[in-house]
Structures are given as C-alpha cells and as structure tokens.
Ligand binder design. Structure first.
Ligand code: 6CS
Ligand code: FE
Length: 301
C-alpha cells in the first residue's frame, strides 16, 4: 500500500509552499488550561511559533548544567564518538548529539515537570525525546546554521509524519547580539516550505556541519520575512526558547570571544512516532532520530 506524502519536499523542482495542516497548540478548549502556560502564552505560541522565557532556570541550577557542559567538552573519548560533530575543517566541537544519554543531569532535566508540563500541554499527549544535543558555538570558531525548518528534515530524513513536536532550547551561556544567537521568523510555522534538491545518502554527515539540502529558496524566505520579520531573542544563561518544529530558524557565526552554547531537547508526541523516511533513504542513526524508545517520559518528583 502506498500512502501519499502530505509534505513532499527535496524534489528536483520547486514545489509551492502550502498551508500548515496540523494545530500548533493541540489542546482543546477545555484541556488548554491543563498546564503552566496561560492563555496569553498559548496564543502567542500559536501566532508566532515560539515562546521566550528570560531567566527560566536559576543561576544556582545553571552552575550544575555548566559543569556537565565543560565535562563533555573535555572528554577526549566523547570527541571521537559518532554523535559528536566538529566544526567544518576544524577541531572545535560544533554539536554533541544524544546528550541526555551521556549526562544523567540532562536526562533528569528532560523529565523536569517545568518543561514536561508545558510540552504536554501544547502537544496534548504523552511525549518522548526524538533528539537531544548541545550546540557549542565556540568563540571566534563557531559557524552558523542556515535557515531551515527542523520538521522539513525530520519528515523527509527521519519519517516524522506530522507537525506535532517542538524544541526546548536552554541557554547555557549568555546569548547576546554578537555571539550568533538563534534567529526565528515569527509565523513561519504556519506554512510548509518544500526545499529543492534530492537528499544524498548519509546527508547528515554534511548537513550537521553546514546544511545545503533542506534550506528553503530565497523567494519563500523573503515572503515569510516580509510577513513576519526576524526575531532574535537574547538573554542570560538559564533563559529558555520553546519553538515549534516547523518554525524557520537559523543563526550567524560567532565572531565574538564568548561561546554561545545552547542545550536542545526535541519532544515528539507518542502519537507521532517515526515511519520510514519520506525521502526514501535509509533511516539516520539513532543519536539523531530516536527509533528505539518511544515510551512516554514521566516527570521526576
Ligand atoms: O538534522 C537535524 O536533525 C538537525 N539539524 C538542524 C540544523 N537543526 C535541527 C536538528 O538538530
Ligand atoms: Fe534546527
């Protein structure tokens, strides 16, 4: 049986952008109140595709997170592991994937009720971790991330069926204008922008260093930027950005001396578990797209 792909992308020619098919907040009118987010925050998330919380975690909590960040950075064995991605042509660490399987503290953090209750309120279901990582973006050496929708990649390369997932980005070192903070296009989550170009096998080996396949065309980006602008939330370590899986985002290289290190947890609904990749390639490794444990996360006490 062949099923039609609702989000065709990575074709040779341009496919026009289409309307979003899924809700952004999955809770219905009665369950919208079941969680920490108030109606104003839910409306803002629906409208813009993200929420920013300045100083969500306390400086005392952040100290522990920073200890784990440094420990991972200095771990020579970890540097050689498959889930560690180095900056293009360099020795500096760009990303470490599967970080919640490496650090006990970050594993617990994925189940912190302050995060989990917000995520479950928005997605209105139980959730599991699809992907986790730290993006280090070291001072002077950290390169940027081209414009993209995470969902576009997760759908085509990982077989994520629908837009029912989101990322929590926890700011580990102050994100300022000069160190390449995350940029988002407000409202872009309401369109699906197919990208041009077939996906090579093992594309991740390139794309995680510098993404070229899965980047929207300039005409589509211009339209969405003219409609929604570009927002660049900045804030101290401990701030939190929660963004919808289809919100277009990217970031510049870090020309400052200060690292811009952010921790990411991607939560997916247990009602949206992975199928075969829609691009037809082999599935990506588990450290990028969890296919082995879809059991619901339970909050830590
Ligand atoms: O390929 C991926 O899954 C990822 N790449 C980017 C640039 N963002 C999200 C995710 O880590
Ligand atoms: Fe991304």
């Amino acid at each position: 049986m062949t099923t039609t792909d609702l989000f065709p992308t990575r074709a040779e020619r341009k496919i026009p952008m289409s309307e979003r098919l899924d809700p952004t907040v999955f809770a219905d009118s009665s369950s919208r109140k079941d969680g920490p987010l108030d109606e104003r925050e839910l409306k803002s998330y629906e409208e813009n595709g993200y929420l920013f919380f300045d100083g969500f975690f306390t400086p005392a909590e952040m100290q522990g997170f920073l200890d784990d960040l440094r420990e991972s950075e200095d771990d020579e064995d970890l540097k050689l592991s498959e889930g560690t991605i180095l900056e293009p042509g360099k020795q500096e660490i760009r990303s470490i994937f599967g970080i919640h399987e490496i650090s006990e503290r970050f594993d617990r953090l994925t189940r912190d009720p302050r995060l989990l209750d917000m995520v479950r309120q928005i997605l209105a279901s139980e959730v599991y971790i699809h992907q986790s990582r730290i993006n280090y973006k070291p001072g002077f050496k950290g390169k940027g991330f081209n414009w993209h929708s995470d969902f576009e990649t997760w759908h085509s390369e990982d077989g994520m069926p629908r837009m029912r997932s989101l990322s929590c980005s926890i700011v580990l070192t102050d994100n300022v204008e000069s160190n390449g903070p995350l940029m988002l296009i407000p409202g872009s989550h309401r369109k699906f922008v197919p990208c041009i170009g077939r996906t090579p096998e093992n594309n991740y080996q390139e794309s995680l260093k510098s993404q070229t396949v899965g980047v929207p065309d300039e005409g589509s980006l211009r339209r969405l930027m003219n409609d929604g602008g570009i927002d660049v939330p900045t804030g101290p370590a401990g701030s939190l950005i929660l963004f919808e899986c289809n919100t277009l985002h990217g970031s510049n290289q870090n020309m400052s001396c200060w690292p811009r290190s952010n921790l990411f947890f991607v939560y997916n609904s247990v009602e949206n578990t992975l199928a075969d990749p829609y691009c037809g390639n082999r599935p990506r490794p588990n450290f990028l797209a969890n296919r082995t444990d879809w059991s619901p996360l339970t909050p830590i006490a």
